[in-house]
Design a protein around this ligand. Structure first.
Ligand SMILES: Cc1cc2nc3c(=O)[nH]c(=O)nc-3n(C[C@H](O)[C@H](O)[C@H](O)COP(=O)(O)O)c2cc1C
Length: 314
């Protein structure tokens, strides 16, 4: 019997638990010919901001051991063009995959304005709030690092937006479980974690940082143990709170077993990011490997495995 990969999450049915992560699949159009979205559980779009952004000076990506650093700087077409040109194409081609739109702001008001602008659009299944953005009014500390601004952004959005709200957390904080708790109390319907970790590579030949902005965000396999630990901690805190809020695991997933680590740690859905740069078919292969693993192990419904690592397995 083939395993059931469908997952209920956010009041929606996902055809499988594998989504592509924000910023690593663009607006989908460049991948579509080789990787039709119908194979995916969902697609998370590149962060959209109120105004279009060119992003940071190059070089903006560099390879590292077991990963990469990026300093893209939220380059995007801006809310207006996204709604007019990008979103309708994605919705039309989704083919059963859920459409999750990721967005950010540089102030609390901008977050709420962009969220409200998206909330009225046809075809969006959920919104993912990128809290890894600098808060310009607070001296550029990122929103996700401060419980008070996490609360303000999520509660403000909750008041304006009826769509399911996913708060995307960053690992660059002292206590990610405390932030998760704040986001849930403020009204988040799910938490996705993690975003990248700050890092730097020095070009020894040139004797200067390899990235134009010097610092970048680390992603890829090197990030996986950090992401798994964050999901494990947050899932446990949510259990203690008695909150039935789902967790979405992100960071270094390239294979079925990678995704399973997150699921066993407590993730209901997962996202594949950097792996799509190495192999554009990676997310589809993760789905196939999950199905094969379940069949081998006699697992009828993948959802049964969520959080099992907390109970010592069997
Ligand atoms: C080139 C690049 C661009 C990214 N852009 C965004 C973005 O716009 N918004 C966002 O929330 N996360 C962004 N991310 C973070 C990913 O969505 C993901 O959280 C992170 O890369 C960890 O997953 P991975 O190891 O599978 O790549 C970006 C990552 C990369 C590598």
């Amino acid at each position: 019997m083939a395993a059931r990969l469908t997952v209920d999450c956010l009041g929606l049915s996902f055809q499988n638990p594998v989504l592509v992560a924000s910023g690593t699949f663009g607006y989908g159009d460049e991948y579509y010919d080789i990787m039709p979205f119908s194979r995916l559980g969902g697609l998370v779009t590149k962060t959209v901001t109120a105004a279009p952004r060119q992003g940071n000076p190059p070089p903006r990506v560099v390879e590292t051991d077991s990963g990469m650093l990026n300093s893209i700087g939220l380059a995007n077409v801006g809310l207006e063009v996204f709604i007019r040109e990008k979103l309708p194409w994605i919705v039309q081609h989704a083919g059963g995959a859920r459409v999750v739109v990721n967005f950010a702001g540089f102030s609390v008001d901008e977050f709420i304005g962009v969220g409200a602008g998206l909330a009225g659009c046809r075809g969006i299944d959920a919104l993912e709030v990128n809290l890894g953005c600098p808060n310009v009014k607070a001296g550029s500390i990122h929103f996700g690092a401060d419980p008070a601004t996490v609360r303000e952004v999520i509660a403000g959005l909750r008041g304006e937006v009826g769509l399911p709200l996913v708060a995307k957390l960053t690992p660059n904080v002292a206590d990610i479980a405390a932030l998760a708790e704040v986001a849930v109390e403020a009204g988040a319907d799910a938490l996705s974690l993690i975003n990248t970790l700050p890092g730097m590579k020095i070009d020894v030949k040139k004797r200067k940082p390899a990235l134009g902005m010097a610092f970048g965000g680390l992603s890829g396999p090197a990030l996986r143990p950090v992401g798994v630990a964050c999901v494990y901690k947050v899932y446990r805190r949510l259990q203690e709170m008695g909150a039935g809020v789902p967790v979405i695991g992100i960071g270094g997933i390239a294979t079925g077993p990678d995704a399973l680590e997150y699921i066993l740690a407590g993730a209901r859905l997962v996202q594949v990011g950097t792996a799509s740069f190495v192999n554009p078919l990676a997310a589809g292969q993760v789905v196939a490997e999950l199905a094969a693993w379940c069949e081998n192990e006699g697992i009828g419904d993948l959802s049964e495995l969520v959080g099992v690592a907390h109970h010592g397995g069997n």
